[in-house]
Design a protein around this ligand. Sequence first.
Ligand SMILES: [Zn+2]
Length: 396
Amino acid sequence: MTIGQPAAAPACQVCGERQLREVEGFAALPRITSDCRAYPAGGSLHVCLACGGVQKIPDSKWLREIGGIYAGYEAYYQSGGDEQIVFDRATGKPRRRSDVILERLVGRGGLASRGRALDVGCGNGATLAAMSATLAGWSFSGYELGEGALPRLSRIPRFEKLHTGSLDAIGQCFDLVTLIHALEHFPEPVAALSQLRGLVGDGQLFIEVCNIDENPFDILVADHLMHFSPHALELLLERAGFGTVAVATDWVPKEISLLARAGRIDPRSAVPGAAGKAAPGEPALARMASYVAWLRAMVARAGQLEREDGPLGIFGTSIAATWLGSQLGERVSFFVDEDESRVGKKHLGRPIVRPQEVPAGANVYVALSPAIAGMIAARHAGLPCRLVAPPPLRLD
Ligand SMILES: [Zn+2]
């Protein structure tokens, strides 16, 4: 840097260009942590005008915030540590996320009968347990920030080792390296992926992240640095020396599933997927502005509901429901969930009930992305309560 010049603007984590623009109105929105705890407003969200990448900036404030969040982290506390359910695209029924991903991963072929897998960001082992149950000839290792989950991980059949510290220090290759909802947390994603190249070797890299094209709530997650579209994820991988083999947005609703190998992939051998629809900067910035407006409208709609007759419930106990519920506070009487591991417990001090147990005459706000809210409202149309979907999401 030359003396007298201002400090360089932060670079885009996806493409490296210095063309980030802040999304107006985001700083005023209350946030949430990825382990589903209310978190105060005051963040910032940026879009790269060069590539459309949506991201936070890993400055000292953000690093301080995530340090505090991880110090008290408790994954899936709503269900006593059991993994979150997702809604199967084919049947609409709730299933464990890792089971759905594993079934698809095995179903597409390409995994040998024997091998070694490493799950980066393994948490308390939900993905490793699902892999162990599915891949009989494989052994498994995990990577995490701390060793807190080691007793739980050690009970997984054919579990080898929990790695902590630097990724470089692992020093061996695996046939499959997975990052399930992990990549969006890394303060320097391109550097982390470059380090992973040495662990992937001739094997495969599998990444699962939220799809920002389909999930407006993801921008509220304070400890998510990155909010990927399929296009941005492929671009980042390419910069880190990986080629995309396959990308899908229909394995898990609102998520991206991507399989890659180190090196460049001949485009003719890659499986066509959802990527290729480039999201240039200005439309992506406009889309994020629409998300901010929609999230504000969602809270306003809930405010109207609580003035109507009948108790007010919220459908769900995850990110969106917790974000909304913590803003409504005392005015929420109960939460509704189809996940049996959560029913009967309390969330934000309110009981979690099954859909069939909702009191007659209640208003239940289906606080989920519009497409999923519609699916759930249709499935429970026969209940004696009023299911209210969020306002429509208008994308200019
Ligand atoms: Zn960019």
